[in-house]
Design a protein around this ligand. Structure first.
Ligand SMILES: [Zn+2]
Length: 353
């Protein structure tokens, strides 16, 4: 470290200058503790001080966080917690141990547990459990009031706790976006060789494509998927949505005829993992299939084939995101959201095309 930088840092420590709190930490060899420049504890002798660019670097060098000034509670801790949250969000369908998580953020499990709890309000394990239950609840929404009611018990507090954490971390909870809050959605229903297709779009892109035989059911499904959106059947006045719907309809028809997919925009929210899977699906050529394992490998997550299957099952955009082209390695088609028969029909159609 240049002497000048070292001198400036030392002066910041002497003056307990809080402006430097995010710039560096200082560790004291005699106490084995590291502090923010503004820490109010007794000042060390200069020859015992060692500067680090980050608290993480001090921890790596074997120092402990000062209990008084909590140098890891600022921006750096937020960055670590954010990274841990992202890691967990990406793996909600997998079993992630505290050790895995700790390794990912390069902290000891013990220390990470404390840091996480302090910022998020619950332990990583509780966080995952709550998020899973919440997702399950969202899936059951409108499906069965009994089931969702029984899932409800005791959640209010934890949810409040990490809701606050999300806010303090400046994050938007994805689950609210996924409900369609603030979205304005238009839809139309078209006839296809494999039944009715409901196509829904926002001005930004396709929000859903469902297949079925009963139009009322398809409409109900759309409302269940986006309970907080403003949903209207397409009318020619909504010019911005018309463009998206037309392009979606064209794509569906082309797709069924076996033409190369034209470019369309999507307006769907998924977890980062789901989005990755959905993107990978669009790369499977017409008339071909992949197994769940192959898709997992394709996105660099071999071993996550169950999570891939779940991401396929939660696809909202039939045909255009061709989840029907993913099959189990034993050839079983049972998992298609719009029915195994329809999946078989689609695959046969593509093979013949
Ligand atoms: Zn301190």
């Amino acid at each position: 470290m240049p002497a000048l930088v070292e001198a400036r840092r030392w002066r910041a420590v002497l003056e307990r200058d809080a402006r430097y709190d995010d710039a560096f930490v200082y560790a004291v060899r005699t106490t084995n503790v590291f502090c923010k420049p503004s820490c109010s504890s007794r000042q060390p002798r200069k020859e015992n001080v060692h500067f680090f660019r980050s608290g993480q670097a001090a921890i790596d060098a074997g120092y402990r966080e000062c209990a008084k000034c909590r140098p890891m509670s600022g921006q750096e801790a937020e960055r670590i917690v954010r990274s841990a949250l992202e890691f967990l969000e990406n793996r909600l369908d997998e079993r992630t141990t505290l050790t895995d998580l700790a390794k990912h953020v390069a902290l000891s499990p013990f220390y990470l547990q404390r840091l996480f709890k302090r910022h998020v309000g619950v332990s990583p394990r509780m966080y995952v459990a709550t998020r899973r239950a919440e997702r399950l609840k969202a899936n059951l929404r409108n499906a069965s009031s009994v089931a969702s009611a029984s899932l409800n018990a005791g959640y209010a507090d934890e949810r409040g706790a990490y809701g606050d954490a999300f806010r303090s971390l400046g994050m938007t909870p994805g689950q609210y976006r996924r409900r369609g809050d603030g979205k304005s959605i238009g839809y139309k229903v078209i006839k296809t060789p494999i039944g009715q297709a409901l196509i829904a779009a926002t001005p930004r892109g396709i929000a859903a494509i469902y297949l079925g035989d009963n139009v009322q059911q398809l409409e109900a499904d759309l409302r269940a998927e986006y309970p907080a959106a403003k949903i209207t059947r397409y009318s020619s006045r909504a010019a911005d949505i018309k463009a998206q719907l037309d392009s979606a309809e064209r794509t569906v028809r082309e797709q069924l005829r076996g033409h190369e997919r034209i470019r369309v925009s999507f307006d769907v929210e998924g977890t980062p993992f789901q989005s990755k899977v959905w993107r990978a699906l669009t790369q499977i050529p017409f008339g071909e299939t992949r197994t769940y394992q192959e898709v997992a490998r394709l996105i660099g997550r071999s071993g996550s084939s169950r999570a891939v299957a779940q991401a396929c099952a939660s696809n909202k955009i039939a045909l255009v995101i061709p989840c029907h082209r993913v099959v189990r390695s034993d050839g079983n088609l049972a998992n298609y959201r719009w029915g195994a028969d329809r999946k078989r029909e689609l695959l046969a159609l593509e093979k013949a095309g």
